[in-house]
Design a protein around this ligand. Sequence first.
Ligand code: GDP
Length: 195
Amino acid sequence: MSRFRDASYLKSVYNPTELGESVAEVAFVGRSNVGKSTVLNAVCGRKELAKTSQTSGRTRTINVFHLGRNKWLVDLPGYGFAAGPKDDMRKFKMMLEGYLLSRPTLRLVVMLVDGNVGATNLDAGMAIWLQRRDIPYMVVANKCDKISASKQNDSRRGVANRLGMDIEEVRWISAEKGTGVSALANEIADILELT
Ligand code: GDP
């Protein structure tokens, strides 16, 4: 039985101070359209848990999914959306940073990048920001199905180099095809001590 069998939507907030307390949580960040909703659904083994967005940058709330025993998966708004006034960008950045700096029970940030596009400057900036604050994070490259077999290794190495990591440290998945998803789900379940 899946360790995510009890996953259910809990709440959405604009302000991280409204979140309340969890026992433990893992948060997902990544550029808009990287496939964050699809990955969350795949990890939980549900099709419609996190809504897959059509327009990038539309989901700008912090969304919480309950996994049982007050353990959470937290879906943070996608960074780097192009549309929207500057003020919105600033508010949104404060929401993201406010969350990341205010959660004593945050055990891991899962940083999603697009394996096909590679790690962008925004992704690299996010990684450095997390490093400087000693916030543990893991890099997961999604959409690996878009890359031909002969280029998989080069693409993965490209992500690793850009983010200053070893190639094996970059998790390599396709949320759509399911590649690498159960290994990722198990890592997250271990970190949250799900039974
Ligand atoms: P979000 O904005 O980061 O939440 O991204 P979504 O989950 O809404 O996905 C954005 C788009 O990428 C959708 O059209 C998805 O179908 C697509 N997508 C997500 N994961 C994958 C994947 O592993 N492979 C491919 N080829 N497409 C994907």
